[in-house]
Design a protein around this ligand. Structure first.
Ligand code: C2G
Length: 131
């Protein structure tokens, strides 16, 4: 059983998120997604348009996702990897290099981001449409 894990806010869930999760799930047999809580997002300087509970419900409905857990802080990755028996840690490549320290615990992969879509762009488009 190969377990893969990833972390993120996944606000305004879009095809960039889907394609990342699909590719990560294809690397193993189980994909765990740690969803940033609203409180942790505040620490990241982000305010999600969709609340934590709804973001988790959406991710649980994604067929590529096997387990959803909360991401409460930057430091939990190491214990998550140990506690869940994670074999592969994966993120989009906007994070390339940022988590290489985890290579002492598991494989670390950074996958190309899906171009042309982002939560930030979606928020701008919605705001512009409102006028
Ligand atoms: N992503 C992607 N393609 C896009 C947009 C996002 O592949 N067009 C990926 C990002 O690279 C990331 C994941 O989708 O791996 C989730 O993106 P965000 O919700 O923006 O995650 P972020 O807020 O960067 O949180 O501890 C890590 C942080 O929690 C990551």
């Amino acid at each position: 059983m190969t377990t893969v894990i990833t972390y993120g806010t996944f606000d305004l869930f879009h095809v960039g998120h889907v394609r990342l999760l699909e590719r990560l799930r294809a690397l193993g047999d189980r994909l765990i997604v740690a969803v940033s809580t609203d409180e942790f997002n505040a620490l990241k300087g982000k305010k999600a348009a969709v609340g934590f509970a709804d973001r988790c419900e959406i991710l649980r409905a994604v067929r590529h996702v096997d387990l959803v857990i909360p991401e409460c802080n930057w430091g939990q990755k190491r214990s998550d990897i140990v506690n869940y028996g994670v074999d592969i840690f994966g993120m989009g490549d906007d994070w390339a290099g940022r988590f290489d320290d985890l290579r002492s615990l598991c494989e670390v992969v950074y996958l190309p981001r899906t171009r042309g879509i982002s939560t930030t762009d979606l928020k701008r488009e919605v705001a512009a449409a409102r006028g």
